[in-house]
Design a protein around this ligand. Structure first.
Ligand code: PSV
Ligand code: MN
Length: 414
């Protein structure tokens, strides 16, 4: 029995429309906004990932090469209409015959053309700064040849982004330490700043550089770019074409990510998001429509950085999840669905009433206005938007009905 047969969709959409109209909200405008929302899917979601736990287990049908990843991403876009771009990792998506040190931007032309033939395009590009030789750090390493090698790789990633992507490069480094006094912490940051300066100066000024932070992993005692403040300081020391990338899973338990986002938005720092669900640590679970994701979207909507007609105002939105066990395409579709649900809820927030209660210090009533939008079941809006675009009403069920899983298991082995 499908969750969304669509039999009563017209009625449930109309009832919700009448309820929202009482609150002064035009349901049609929310539906159109949901249609406009786009998010990037990472190529690495579809294939082998992580440190080989579970004996390198991969779910049946997982992609074995970058072309297969592009096909899977294109299929996700076909079912959702929401993922026209694929985030790539230069070191993982290079042609397999090319050695890491021989990577050149133009080697990505074929994969980009192939992606386009499938119906998607390249999105953000990440230099892969955590492969061999980086166990004592990458761009902050005290080994000059390690830094040189990775500076070159990062400059190449900028060229790939400029020529074949959407001109956004995201940086995540594995640099940190496991014990106090293992390294001189400030010297590490200074070397990183020097490396980033070389990369920034060599890159085209069309490229936007988003710096990702992470509290821990692989370092357990310290991480060079450990929080949003460090990422912002380093970004802003480089120049204007920089910003901060917030990844949900990269915070200590209990950190208020909404507040971090509100501050970055308030200060006008360009930003990006790696969405995932974090239960315990950086576990890369599929996105769910939870309260903290909703609170974050309320900030993004308030700052008008989602579906702004001026694309330069928008933050960069990416999924960054890759959990070992679940069906990867289910997980990608579920993530997109969850983001659409969350965005739609954030559009329902009655900001005028909220501002009035805030001004009166009416704490609980302000919170109830906030929760009122969160607790509204927006699925009729999503389903109507999908019906109007000839998309399956439920992307995961649409996938199961499509036969694609059977096909890839046959092709790729299960
Ligand atoms: C690191 O944990 C991270 O979040 C960075 O974004 C990487 O690029 C990505 O995951 C893939 O390893
Ligand atoms: Mn990330």
């Amino acid at each position: 029995m499908p969750t969304a047969s669509g039999k009563h969709l017209k009625e449930s959409y109309e009832v919700l429309g009448r309820e929202l109209a009482e609150r002064g909200i035009d349901i049609g405008a929310v539906k159109e906004a949901v249609k406009d929302f786009k998010v990037e899917i990472p190529s690495w979601l579809f294939g082998r990932f992580g440190g080989g736990r579970f004996g390198n287990y991969m779910p049946p049908g997982a992609a074995l090469d970058s072309r297969a990843k592009m096909r899977d991403a294109a299929f996700v876009h076909k079912l959702t209409g929401a993922t026209p771009r694929v985030a790539i990792h230069a070191g993982w998506d290079k042609p397999p015959e090319v050695a890491f040190d021989d990577i050149e931007a133009d080697q990505f032309a074929d994969l980009r053309d192939y992606a386009r033939e499938q119906g998607v395009d390249f999105g953000t590009v990440s230099p892969t700064l955590f492969l061999e030789g980086t166990h004592y750090g990458s761009l902050s390493s005290n080994l000059a040849d390690v830094r040189r090698r990775l500076i070159r790789h990062a400059i190449t990633a900028c060229e790939i982004a400029e020529k074949y992507g959407e001109q956004i490069v995201t940086y995540w480094l594995p640099d940190g330490t496991n014990y106090p006094a293992q390294e001189d912490l400030w010297a590490q940051e200074e070397r990183l700043r020097g490396s980033m300066r070389e990369i920034y100066d060599a890159a085209s000024d069309k490229v936007l550089h988003l710096i990702e932070y992470k509290l821990f992993e692989p370092g357990t005692y310290s991480t060079v770019i450990c929080d949003a403040g460090v990422a912002k300081d380093i970004a802003q020391s480089l120049g204007e074409r920089t910003g901060v990338l917030v990844d949900m899973g990269h915070h200590a338990w209990g950190v208020n990510v909404t507040q971090i986002v509100a501050r970055l938005l308030g200060m006008g720092v360009p930003g990006g998001f790696h969405f995932n669900t974090r239960y315990a640590a950086d576990d890369d679970h599929a996105i769910e429509p939870n309260l903290s994701m909703y609170a974050i979207f309320c900030e993004l909507v308030k700052a008008d950085v989602v579906i702004n007609p001026d694309p330069s105002r928008n933050w960069a939105y990416m999924v960054d999840q890759c959990s070992a066990l679940e069906n990867r395409i289910h997980a990608a579709l579920h993530a997109v669905d969850s983001l659409q649900v969350t965005f739609a809820k954030a559009l329902l927030l009655d900001r005028e009433r909220l501002a009035a209660y805030q001004a009166e210090h009416n704490i609980i009533l302000a919170n109830r206005v906030f929760l009122d939008a969160f607790l509204t079941d927006v699925r009729p809006i999503l389903r109507m938007a999908r019906r109007e675009q000839d998309l399956p009403l439920d992307p995961v069920e649409g996938y199961d009905a499509s036969g694609y899983q059977k096909k890839i298991e046959k092709e790729r082995g299960g």
